[in-house]
Design a protein around this ligand. Sequence first.
Ligand SMILES: [Zn+2]
Ligand SMILES: [Zn+2]
Length: 80
Amino acid sequence: MPPICPVCNGLVPLVFDCPRCGRPVGDLGRASDALGPYAPYEPGHEESRTGGSMEDMACVHAVRCESCGTGSEVTVVLHP
Ligand SMILES: [Zn+2]
Ligand SMILES: [Zn+2]
């Protein structure tokens, strides 16, 4: 049985502060599912997509600050 993401399963809330204004950001769900009107604009995160193996042990969530609109990604490490 593969490890499950506790955030996706509602076991724990995703807590992350906006890097710009410090307010808590809203969880948009898994980044792979949330790629809609928002295109990631931080090239530093691209490496996590090409790695492959990390995706089995982590769940990347897309988040967006409701206050200033800053979009980001939060990696939730899974514990098997
Ligand atoms: Zn998740
Ligand atoms: Zn913000």
